[in-house]
Ligand binder design. Structure first.
Ligand SMILES: *Cc1c(COP(=O)(O)O)cnc(C)c1O
Length: 446
């Protein structure tokens, strides 16, 4: 699904989400505005839990925090029993300040700093996913120094491809992430880890990339991890307690994606079967697992709201619809040609949920662009929208993942406010930034 599960057209003929009229939200908090539908986040968490409980109960659902992190979302995830993956000292610091249980935190990253590693070990987080030899050495030393046995897993590079943008591939041989398995680097790490008293090697992890629709790459990745696991058992006697195929499950951003998207049940079936079958095939016990969905938990819950400003028609070319946000709050179209759709929240019309594709009668192909000083600052390259007017409220669904997380203050833009909606109520979870916020770190010379 593209829109939050509570999306309706209300009696006034406006789009409403979580029982709240989007026009009321825009009036109260201004635009650009991001909203999250709490019911959708919870529904996604529960669907993944139910799917894995039924098909591979020895599993945890670990939210990839880099997708979007805030105290409000952490509170919901914690209530839902979801674990958290972090990839920086900042994300870890936020989680610890929000009293997220340290034992349920997994720490990723290809170049964690000594300070970040120390923070993680001192906090007693659940898993540190070791990416390279330098880090393994640092963790062994830290564990000795602090008198801890640090729980770790090795991130392996399984050499598995998938159909996604090159910038989103992380499990191919030529990648900055993980221990290569084409030579003996990964094996040396296993030998070193099992020989060190200050780390506890739990098993192996990989992450093949992001926004992956097919499920075969997950099966391939699991198979590759087990091939390696069997070799390590044979040569070093090490049996992994855990094996994780990472995250990266795709969501629908445009109507055409909806049929391609896998349901949690399908994902759990494929991964659960792969873990069981591969373990049996090489004679290893079926391990515990965890998966790391990011966008699949929160992408659909988020909607971006913009007010239309200038509308420019270039005869026999297209219509440019400029909104009051853009690449500062959503860099994804500029960064890797991410696609979005939109609806006019103040008069969505019957096909609000199916906007996109080519223009039909009364519609002109439009390009939705931002207000920042780059030609590449666009949100939707091509969309068939009914005539749009200045002042219209444009709602972009599937905006919950990586938009705000990657947002910037380019052009000294103020990051948008964020509201969570639920049961007819909206609550502000982050206020719009101000000039004072932006200048608060500057050192003014007197
Ligand atoms: C980014 C990331 C994820 C989540 O990716 P999604 O595409 O949002 O599911 C999971 N695991 C790791 C290691 C990641 O880097």
């Amino acid at each position: 699904m593209l829109w939050p599960i509570t999306t309706t057209i209300n009696a006034a003929g406006h789009l409403a989400i979580g029982g709240v009229d989007l026009l009321d939200l825009a009036r109260e908090w201004g635009t650009p505005l991001y909203l999250y539908d709490e019911a959708t986040i919870r529904e996604r968490c529960r669907a993944f839990h139910a799917a894995f409980d039924a098909r591979y109960p020895e599993s945890a659902i670990v939210y990839a925090g880099k997708t979007y992190l805030s105290p409000a979302i952490l509170a919901i995830l914690r209530e839902e029993g979801v674990w958290l993956d972090v990839c920086s000292g900042g994300e870890l610091g936020l989680a610890l300040r929000c009293a997220f249980p340290a034992a349920r935190i997994v720490f990723h990253g290809n170049n964690k700093s000594p300070d970040e590693l120390r923070l993680a070990v001192e906090a007693g987080i659940g898993r540190i996913i070791v990416d390279n030899e330098l880090e393994l050495g640092r963790l062994i030393a830290l564990g000795e120094e602090l008198g801890r046995r640090v729980p770790i897993a090795l991130r392996l590079n399984p050499g598995v491809g998938a159909h996604t943008h090159e910038y989103r591939l992380t499990g191919v041989v030529d990648s900055k992430f993980g221990f290569p398995t084409i030579d003996d680097q990964a094996e040396r790490a296993v030998a070193r880890a099992i020989g060190a008293a200050s780390v506890e090697l739990l098993g192996y992890h990989c992450h093949i990339g992001a926004h992956i629709f097919e499920l075969e790459p997950y099966r391939d990745a699991v198979a590759a991890l087990f091939r390696f696991a069997a070799e390590m058992r044979d040569r070093h006697g090490f049996i992994p307690a855990e094996i994780s195929p990472g995250g990266g499950m795709a969501i629908a951003y445009i109507p055409e994606d909806e049929a391609r998207q896998s349901a949690p049940d399908q994902i759990a079936s494929v991964i659960g079967d792969a873990l069981r079958d591969c373990a049996a095939a090489v004679g290893l016990p079926a391990p515990r697992t965890w998966i790391e969905p990011g966008r699949a938990l929160v992408g659909q819950a988020g909607v971006a709201l913009y007010t239309v400003g200038a509308v420019k028609e270039i005869p026999s070319v297209r219509r440019y619809v400029a909104v009051d946000g853009g690449m500062a709050d959503n860099i994804r179209p500029a960064l890797y040609e991410a696609e979005y759709t939109a609806a006019i929240a103040n008069r969505p019309g019957p096909r609000f949920h199916a906007e996109g594709g080519t223009a039909s009668e009364g519609e002109l192909t439009s390009r939705v662009v931002g207000k920042y000083c780059e030609s590449g600052d666009l949100l939707i390259r091509e969309i068939a929208l009914p005539p749009v007017e200045t002042g219209d409220l444009l709602a972009l669904p599937a905006s919950g993942a990586y938009n705000l997380a990657m947002s910037s203050n380019y052009n000294l833009a103020f990051r948008p406010a964020v509201v969570f909606v639920n049961d007819g109520r909206a609550r502000l979870t982050r206020r719009r930034e101000t000039l004072d916020d932006l200048l608060s770190a500057e050192v003014f010379e007197s």
